[in-house]
Design a protein around this ligand. Structure first.
Ligand code: EPU
Length: 337
């Protein structure tokens, strides 16, 4: 395994921020990690784990060692009368994995088509779209302990999944590296069409709903609304949709009758952060080299040459304006290194 120094990470983060890692190595097998752990000079350094870099804001320079998880492979590991159990290595591109499951005839992940990033990153923030989250089908996550190198398996409950959140973003942060993920996909074909956009897209194309047509509809919708990170740097939704009490939601609704909100866990409501940011006047607006995307105000974009400071300056102004206008705090979704 090669350890490189002063590595430019611009192409390893979808926001395309300029960032330099002091040391950088790619992991292909657990023995690569063990080799690093046996090196006393490297062990002293600060270690950071990089997946697809699609949910990160990288500082301009990173001291210590950046590890990119690059293991590959996907396979059916078991099946019974009700489920397929499919395992994917962390370094696989998420969407390649989703499309592969569909080609094999295993469904359940179609609504999560085209989400950027790696499969290993999917449990960390419990990726989700169009009414489905990975927590609904993750069976087990295999991790490597960054201190001891030992393998640890976490079941769904131990991952402590919540909306864009998990154990790996909290107590497990800096402790474990996600190595592979096993999904349990139901053989009974359960389609998730509750998101109006998908149904509208299928009707427009006059197609019956099945896993393949849903995947294609999701790909079409995402391509029409979200910027392609290869073309314009971005990290998907930059803020989480805030969760507020019914009283708070009703109070906003009194003044703003077109507020977009969804019931959340019986007594609360999730508000559409994109709507809040749009109404606060930030849709399509720029601040220096960054801005909020013209077709989806929730997506912060890098128009070129931005640094982490530019990103946080804009994020603070946007969240400040939303707070002043609606009294609601919006929280960034990407992880800050
Ligand atoms: N809206 C506006 N103006 C905007 C953007 C949105 O008024 O500029 C309104 C829309 O009209 C819509 C509502 O806000 O009524 C919600 O927008 P949308 O359906 O586009 O979804 P979202 O809440 O912005 C969430 C996820 C996305 C996921 C989509 C589809 C979060 C933070 N974001 O976005 O996930 O793809 O739903 O399920 O939960 C991501 O996390 O990176 C991500 C892209």
């Amino acid at each position: 395994m090669q350890i490189r120094t002063k590595v430019d990470l611009s192409s390893f983060n979808t926001l395309q921020l300029r960032s330099q890692a002091e040391h950088f190595a790619e992991l292909y097998s657990p023995s690569d990690l063990h080799a690093l752990q046996n090196d006393s000079s490297l062990k002293k350094l600060n270690w950071n784990i990089l997946g697809g870099g699609s949910n990160l804001v990288l500082p301009s320079s990173i001291s210590g060692l950046v590890l990119k998880v690059s293991n590959q492979g996907k396979e059916l590991v078991a099946d019974d009368k009700d489920f397929w159990f499919v395992k994917v290595q962390a370094g696989e591109v998420w969407n390649d994995f989703v499309q592969w499951t569909l080609q094999q005839g295993y469904w359940g992940l179609e609504n999560l088509s085209l989400i950027p990033g790696t499969a290993g990153a999917s449990p960390i923030q419990n990726i989700g779209a169009y009414g489905v989250e990975v927590k609904d089908s993750i069976w087990e996550v295999t991790c490597l302990d960054l201190q001891s190198g030992e393998t640890k398996k976490l079941n769904n409950k131990e991952c402590q999944f919540a909306y864009r959140d998990s154990y790996f973003k909290n107590d497990g942060a800096g402790r474990y590296l996600v190595w592979d993920v096993t999904f349990r996909l139901p053989k009974q074909n359960i389609l998730h069409l509750e998101y109006g956009d998908i149904r509208k897209e299928l009707e427009r194309q006059q197609l019956a709903a099945d896993p393949r047509t849903i995947a294609n509809a999701v790909i079409h919708i995402r391509q029409s609304k979200l910027p392609d990170p290869k073309v314009i740097g971005n990290a998907g939704s930059f803020f989480k949709n805030p969760i507020v009490s019914k009283e708070m939601r009703d109070a906003i609704l009194m003044k703003h009758t077109d507020l977009v909100s969804y019931p959340y866990l019986s007594t609360n409501f999730k508000l559409a952060a994109g709507w809040l940011i749009d109404r606060a006047g930030w849709k399509g607006k720029k601040l220096g080299p960054v801005g909020m995307f013209e077709k989806q105000a929730l997506v912060l974009v890098n128009h070129g040459g931005a640094s982490a400071d530019d990103v946080w300056k804009l994020a603070n102004q946007v969240s400040g304006d939303v707070k002043n206008m609606f009294g609601v705090e919006i929280e960034p979704e990407p992880i800050r290194w």
